[in-house]
Write a protein that binds this ligand. Structure first.
Ligand code: SAM
Length: 487
């Protein structure tokens, strides 16, 4: 397969070297700024009327240019501004941006395949609108990639890499302090311990298991209560990773690598399933989390921590028996590279374990059908369950923001299973959770007091809706699976 890194392309990032020229008298501007009305935290590139930005790219028959842009200011001049794109000295597009545009952020893709193949100058400029008024004509470009048509999504995922790394490190410094994660170990155990003894071929026509009599456990929060009910309501169970680890360890020293391991709480719990020696390699970009992980491992486990960006992994051959990701693959951009490295690094028969992976829509969003259903159920809740902890507002709809906008959250979730399937065979795969997590996570978590019957019933209404939707063909977003090396 062609190495995608070597394909000719241009990717706009906030540390790219820009060649911007201005007409005399054009005021200086801070080049990178957040644009609040885009609803994004990532800064955009600002160009103002009279400025032009020149870049030079290789084009071929399949080359496309993708640009996302909009007004940088809430109000620009009353005649708007023009975004002009020229390639090989000819205008290829002129877009009128006005105060009345329906969308704050517009996205266009332009084929450049008709140009003579080879190095080509592309110039992006901002001109005043039809009446020539340049005042406040500021344009914001939030994304620009140029490359082979089929690679445009991957090039977009590669953009702003350093910014995303910085934000990931900052975000995960504190995210696990939330009480949502106190009950984490219990959830892992409930998802794995109640495995069915045998698979019933008639399972799909059995009535749905009853959740009406279930009650919260002592100290259980709404997220874990809801997900325990969900496990109960779904036929089939997640792979029993604890049992599997104990079985593998019984055959001799077990060598495990965990990627995007963070504080590796789940790995520590799994390794306690055996008292046999385990050699564990933990990889993450966050040194602080890896230090916490190493300090909390049981004594029969030797730990090596590696601070590394998994996107540039380079592993030796046949080093490991098991490669684990706990909620980590949805942070990976270079999936194709990572799976190839891991395939090579596993011994024959070696396994990949995905535990709690997000395989829904990119950016940890819900697809439109699931979002509609989630909002329908959500709106039926009394107001006090709809208070948003981030905004303190009462929500009418749940947010469906692209979480990958400034981090790696769900950056290529939609490609996880297809890329994995090229190198590994599924052995035991379990999927669930079409939208329940979005209604019970940190945003609404504090609204529930499970000592109150009304709150227990509210949680049950969400789980019932989730189960109905799932059994009617809804797309699950959470995956737990064991895969074996292909060959
Ligand atoms: C959702 S957390 C999961 C952490 C841990 N596995 C757990 O379940 O607690 C994602 C982890 O991926 C790490 N991460 C994100 N991007 C990474 C990258 N490019 N290379 C290595 N680790 C990365 C983050 O630092 C974070 O620890």
């Amino acid at each position: 397969m062609q190495n995608l890194r070597e394909l000719p392309h241009f990717i706009l990032t906030d540390n790219v070297n820009l060649r911007v020229s201005s007409l005399p008298g054009t005021p200086a501007v801070t080049r990178w700024q957040p644009v609040p009305h885009f609803g994004m935290t990532r800064p955009s590139l600002i160009l103002i009327s009279g400025e032009q930005w020149a870049l030079s790219v290789d084009v071929g028959p399949a080359t496309e240019l993708m640009i996302a842009f909009g007004r940088a200011l809430r109000r620009i001049s009353s005649d708007g501004l023009y975004l002009l794109i020229r390639a090989a000295h000819a205008e290829i597009i002129r877009v009128h941006v006005t105060n009345d545009d329906a969308a704050e952020l517009r996205e266009i893709r332009i084929g450049l395949g008709y140009l003579t193949p080879g190095r080509t100058d592309v110039v992006i400029s901002v001109d005043p609108g039809p009446k020539g008024d340049p005042s406040a004509d500021w344009l914001a470009i939030s994304e620009l990639v140029i490359g082979p048509r089929q690679d445009i999504p991957l090039l977009r995922a590669r953009a702003f890499h350093d910014l995303r790394v910085r934000n990931e490190i900052n975000h995960f410094e504190s995210v696990y302090d939330h009480k949502l994660f106190d009950g984490r170990k219990r959830q892992i155990q409930s998802a794995t311990a109640t495995r069915l003894a045998s698979k019933n071929p008639k399972a799909t026509v059995e009535p749905q298991p009853d959740i009406s009599t279930m009650q919260p456990l002592d100290g259980e929060d709404v997220f874990h209560f809801a997900h325990r009910m969900l496990s109960h309501g779904i036929r089939g169970k997640a792979p029993n990773f604890h049992q599997r680890l104990a079985d593998l360890a019984a055959h001799g020293d077990l060598r495990i690598a965990s990627f995007c391991a963070g504080a590796a709480q789940v790995e520590a719990a799994l390794i306690r399933s055996t008292d046999k020696p385990v050699h564990l390699t933990l990889v993450d970009i966050n040194q602080g989390l890896l230090n916490q992980a190493a300090a909390a491992m049981p004594e029969h486990c030797t730990v090596q921590t590696v601070v590394q960006d998994v996107n540039s992994l380079s592993l030796g051959a046949e080093e490991f028996d098991v490669a684990i990701f706990v909620s980590g693959v949805h942070h990976v951009v270079e999936l194709e590279h990572v799976w190839r490295e891991i395939q090579n690094a596993l011994r024959p028969g070696g396994e990949v374990w995905l535990i709690g992976e997000q395989v829904g829509k990119n950016g940890n969003r819900l697809d439109s059908e699931a979002l509609t259903e989630a909002n329908r159920v959500f709106r039926m809740l009394p107001e006090r369950f709809r208070r948003n902890a981030l905004t303190s507002e009462i929500d009418w709809e749940i947010s469906n923001k692209d979480c990958a906008e400034a981090t790696f959250e769900g950056i290529r979730s939609e490609d996880i299973e297809s890329t994995l399937g090229r190198h590994f065979l599924p052995i035991d795969v379990y999927k669930r959770n079409c939208f329940l997590w979005r209604l019970t996570n940190q945003v609404y978590f504090d609204n529930y007091d499970l000592s109150r019957e009304e709150d227990v019933q509210a949680a049950k209404s969400l789980v019932s809706a989730e189960l109905d939707y799932f059994f009617s063909g809804g797309r699950p977003t959470e995956l737990h699976g064991i895969y074996r090396r292909n060959g």
